[in-house]
Write a protein that binds this ligand. Sequence first.
Ligand code: GAR
Length: 207
Amino acid sequence: MNDGKIFRLGILGSGKGSNFAAIADAIAAGSLPATVAVVISDVRDAGILDLARQRGIPTRFIEPGLFRTKLDDTAESAYVSALNEAQVDCILLAGFMRILKGAFLREFDGRVVNIHPSLLPSFPGLNAWKQALNYGVKVTGCTVHLVDQGVDTGPILGQSAVPVLDRDTHDSLHARIQVAERKLYPEIVARLARNEIEVKGRMARDR
Ligand code: GAR
């Protein structure tokens, strides 16, 4: 993914932004050789935008459009334009709660990365930690993967396991998964930035 230039990240998020903060902290600490070129949210008052502003990182709120779970065509091209203007090499989804499809993924083919709060392919979709606790698994965790046309189906880049405890509630389990996420995501992105990851597995559209 990198040819020796500084690795430019575009980060998309809808929520409080703890994964973004972990990425930004790793960059500041010198363990992730990259820069965050822009943080974009579909939620006007999302915490992730505040955290980015506090760090002096450019932010954008871009209306998601007509739908609840995806971007409409107008929004999708606005997101594509903003990311291209910021000259990003790689797009990180950090709690971005909309499915990206078609034109967006074609534009940034193989360069969109997501973090998901379960050990995929178990428990794709929303509230994965609730799904795991309700199912009764004894181990869950988090997954960093490339985004393809499916939902949480792209090639897996890294995973971290988290035990499920008898006393766990949805909130306590999610909190422990998020601790694991904040360690795993910067590590995997650093390996991407250093060109150390060979992607094994195929994109869903090739299957
Ligand atoms: C994270 O737990 C992330 O794994 C999850 O949203 C949370 C965002 O937290 N993403 C998904 O569920 C995507 N399907 P953050 O805003 O504090 O980074």
